[in-house]
Design a protein around this ligand. Structure first.
Ligand code: ZN
Length: 268
């Protein structure tokens, strides 16, 4: 944490500043080998930039797993500690989430869209942890039913729908830890709501994402029964997605309302 605050220059550039996609080749960092005092900071920065650029260019997408710590360290010719620092910074910003354990389901998963205004979003995420759940649920229902109704006639592209589809597919993984599922779940709702094309509603949904994930995680920890709940949630998500894809706004809005209300009723 102190690392990111101590070195503001390492923060990713804002999306508006983007343009050319920087690609770092295998071992392609600093050919002259002249590492100044801030060598560690620069090593951290090069990974951060590379991952951010990959996200922006679409080489890495929501629900994807990052290469392992060792692979990234080898790719950039830097220490694993520097890779860890970069990943920790991305975690703090809510861009990735580390999944513990080993095997094909371990590793770091991309859980957020870097095009969000990260500074503002982060403050709102923190603040939103203390919002009353009932109010978050009511606001969700209001925004999501409106969004899915309007998505039926909005001019979204197949690629935009694919963002939601990728999350839907990622959530079908039986081995997904509940905390990763809930992150992808909240992002799935943000992605679907964005199809309505209202930037203000999208931004409000984005800012509520952590609050949504928070109350779901709390309910899972308090009530248990995750295995049963997750299969119901998956069924709901597929139904909602199919209705949106078929541009049936009325059905999509009804299903998303039932989905949100169902989980809230379980959590009481
Ligand atoms: Zn959901």
């Amino acid at each position: 944490m102190q690392r990111t605050t101590a070195a503001p220059a390492q923060a990713p550039r804002p999306p508006e500043a983007g343009g050319a996609v920087v690609r770092h080749g295998r071992g392609g960092m600093r050919q002259d080998g002249s590492m100044p005092d801030s060598a560690t900071a620069r090593a951290h920065d090069v990974v951060l930039r590379h991952i951010e650029d990959s996200l922006r260019s679409g080489a890495l997408k929501l629900g994807d797993r990052l290469p392992g710590e060792r692979a990234l360290a080898e790719q950039f010719g830097i220490s694993r500690a520097s890779v860890r620092d970069a990943i920790r910074a991305l975690e703090v910003m809510g861009v990735v989430r580390a999944a513990t354990g080993s095997g094909p389901n371990s590793g770091t998963i991309v859980v957020s869209d870097p095009s969000a205004a990260l500074g503002v979003a982060l403050r709102m995420h923190v603040a939103s942890h203390h919002l009353p759940v009932k109010d978050v649920v009511e606001a969700r229902i209001m925004m999501e039913t409106w969004s899915l109704e309007h998505a039926a006639t909005a001019a979204w592209t197949p690629e935009q729908l694919d963002d939601a589809r990728r999350l839907l597919t990622a959530m079908d993984d039986d081995a997904l830890p509940s905390q990763i599922f809930t992150l992808l779940d909240a992002q799935f709702h943000v992605a679907l709501s964005a199809l309505a094309g209202n930037i203000v509603v999208s931004t409000m949904m984005e800012s509520m994402r952590e609050a949504i994930r928070g109350y779901i995680d709390d309910a899972v920890a308090r009530r248990g029964g995750w295995d049963k709940a997750v299969s119901v949630l998956r069924g709901h998500h597929h139904g909602i997605f199919d209705a949106v894809e078929a541009r049936d706004g009325e059905l999509a809005a009804r299903l998303v309302r039932e989905h949100i209300e169902w989980f809230y009723a379980q959590s009481l």
